[in-house]
Design a protein around this ligand. Structure first.
Ligand SMILES: CCC/C=C/C(=O)SCCNC(=O)CCNC(=O)[C@H](O)C(C)(C)COP(=O)([O-])OP(=O)([O-])OC[C@H]1O[C@@H](n2cnc3c(N)ncnc32)[C@H](O)[C@@H]1OP(=O)([O-])[O-]
Length: 317
């Protein structure tokens, strides 16, 4: 049944948690790696940027384009055989109200620029927040030939209007991972170790969607309005890619292989064309960051990137 013209939402946790996702095979050709890099702004300000050209172009002697680590965040797009990451029996919601809440990525092996991979998928979390349901989907991706585990993505989906399925005095909450694995980010009051500013293009979401997320929220003005926005908004994972690039340029001399884990919480939508300012603070091996939409002076994303090592010039002794 529909309410106010919107599809009715319902959540049955037992059905959702019992669901066994099919394994998904996918191929990621080299072209996808370069297209993704352009979609998250690589070389957007300088077509010969020496810290980024290797992300989109085979230089002399370089056999492969190097993948930005957040490239692996595309792998879950193919879950449910292309019917979307959030296609889970027992969870019915108004798709126009869905927002991406968080993304957590662990990278275990160097990311090949061309690969055949296999996704194993499970529900890693389900929470009743009253006004919303939060669904966490974990996708573990292995190389098809060797079976080696390459990476894990945990995607947190915020389903507005789909909460209230449990007793409000004891709201339902389920997770399969340790509570301390994703820590809340408290942004330091101190001066950032580095600040990186980047201009998104008006066409940024139209370019990014070619990497495989065709949700019309990011391209269709009518769909965006129904969802409560004045115009199409940027994919959360596109903003995360901009933040990851800021860290890699500022702390890794442009080497994307230096990244182990990435976490981001999407705090506010971004409109294509806005300027993203990423402030970064070194905390041990972690770089904490906060990205702001400069024109609105609002934080849109915060999180951290765990690096293999921090350049000595940034180590506090
Ligand atoms: C996946 C493929 C589709 C992709 C689509 C996109 O890219 S869309 C574009 C990209 N995405 C966007 O543009 C989304 C940008 N973000 C937003 O618009 C808002 O942050 C919001 C609507 C997600 C939540 O705002 P609000 O005012 O309604 O929330 P509140 O402060 O009242 O908290 C209620 C509860 O929820 C918790 N919680 C809160 N936030 C998050 C979160 N992000 N994440 C997880 N959890 C979150 C919070 O801790 C609290 O729980 P507690 O502590 O009580 O147990």
């Amino acid at each position: 049944m529909a309410t106010n013209g919107r599809p009715a939402a319902s959540v049955d946790p037992d059905v959702a948690l019992a669901y066994k996702f099919p394994e998904v095979n996918l191929r990621a050709p080299c072209r996808d790696v370069a297209l993704y890099a352009l979609g998250v702004g690589a070389c957007g300000a300088d077509a010969v940027d020496d810290k980024e050209l290797h992300l989109v172009h085979h230089r002399d002697g370089q056999r492969h384009i190097k993948a930005i680590p957040t490239f692996v965040s595309l792998f879950p797009n193919k879950n449910s055989n292309g019917r979307g990451i959030i296609n889970v029996p027992g969870i019915h919601f108004d798709a126009s109200l869905l927002l991406h809440g968080q993304q957590y990525i662990e990278i275990y092996k160097p990311i090949p620029s061309c690969a055949s991979v296999v996704n194993k998928v499970k529900v890693a979390g389900l929470h009743d927040k009253g006004k919303a349901t939060i669904l966490e989907i974990e996708t573990t991706t292995s190389l098809k030939d060797s079976g080696e585990v390459l990476c894990m993505n945990r995607s947190t989906i915020f389903l507005r209007g789909a909460g209230g399925f449990s007793d409000s005095s004891r709201p339902y909450s389920y997770t399969t991972y340790p509570a301390n694995q994703i820590s809340r980010i408290s942004i330091p009051n101190s001066t950032p170790s580095a600040v990186y500013e980047d201009q998104t293009q008006q066409s940024q979401a139209l370019l990014y969607r070619l990497s495989g997320d065709y949700n019309p929220l990011h391209s269709d003005p009518m769909v965006a309005q129904v969802a409560g926005f004045t115009r199409p908004i940027l994919h959360g994972l596109c903003t995360l890619g901009f933040a990851a690039r800021a860290v890699i340029k500022s702390f890794c001399h442009g080497d994307p292989a230096a990244v182990r884990n990435i976490f981001g919480r999407f705090l506010l939508h971004v409109y294509p064309g806005e300027t993203l300012v990423t402030e970064m603070w070194v905390d041990g091996q972690r770089v904490q960051y906060q990205t702001k939409a400069k024109e609105r002076d609002r934080a849109v994303l915060s999180g951290y990137v765990l690096l293999k090592h921090i350049p000595s010039s940034f180590v506090v002794v």
